[in-house]
Design a protein around this ligand. Sequence first.
Ligand code: BDR
Ligand code: CA
Length: 311
Amino acid sequence: MSRIPVHIDVDTGTDDAIALLCALMSEDKIDILSFSAVAGNAPLDCTTKNTLDIADMMGNKAPVAIGAAEPLIRDLRVAISHGKTGLGNVVIPSATRPFSELSAYDQIYESACKADGELIYLGTGPQTNLALALKVHPDLKDKIKRVVLMGGSLIGGNTTQTSEFNAYVDPEAMKIVMRSGIPTTMVGLDVTLQTELPVWVIEELRKLDNKYAKLAVQVMDFMLIRNKEYGFDVANIHDALAFCAIVYPEVIKTKKYFIDVATAEEMVRGMTVADFRDVITDKEPNVDCAEEVDVQGFWNWMVDLFKSKEA
Ligand code: BDR
Ligand code: CA
């Protein structure tokens, strides 16, 4: 089977880092054509550096493009829970290669052209880079096979009562992406929250002696300690589930709804509103939304992936 061509757009970020590691361990299934980073979990200089450093540390040479430092029209709100650099207390050796010479929006376009209609775009941060790419290159919408997003939520939020972080940070961008006509899968917060990192997973990873597992354990340990400080006993690796859905689609069950993103009201900014009752008759369903997740299957998949790198 030929490998799936992928562009990975992240705001690395602790759980983005685990998603990146999973992608970097899956190169038998995917062909990573390029990466880009956007401001979100941390300012842009941190998210870009983290992304390049992780790719480089794992020996991947695909270009890493610098993306948007700010949402389309709003002031940036960075997350507090990923620490100042986005990776908490985890320090990664600095990459020895430069960033891509292309901007993120040109990089996405270039990879889409290269993949000849087969590109899967994975977005695990605010959607600013893809929204800009669609504005600058209007024909891009016909060149991406599928967008897979960690973002939004069929119900509830983590940044406000109604809204998930990636959607909240740049709701206008997510709206553009969801209205683009590109087949889109939303792996939303209501589903990623069901996958709480189990103790057995981190203990299995701790036994391993490969660079992927060692970095993942450091990141997960930080996440658990940090979450305890905020009064939670669990951690969610949201972004890795979105990646998993590309290489192991059975991990989620989806249903297609018409979805739009609230941008007007401050109270509901970034709320992804799905037409569950089919009352909006003049709009076709536009987003495949994850509704169920095989939690055990997800963790087994992840542990097996890390074990596969054992010498
Ligand atoms: C999302 O927000 C970020 O903090 C995480 O990296 C994830 O992409 C979860 O709401
Ligand atoms: Ca993220």
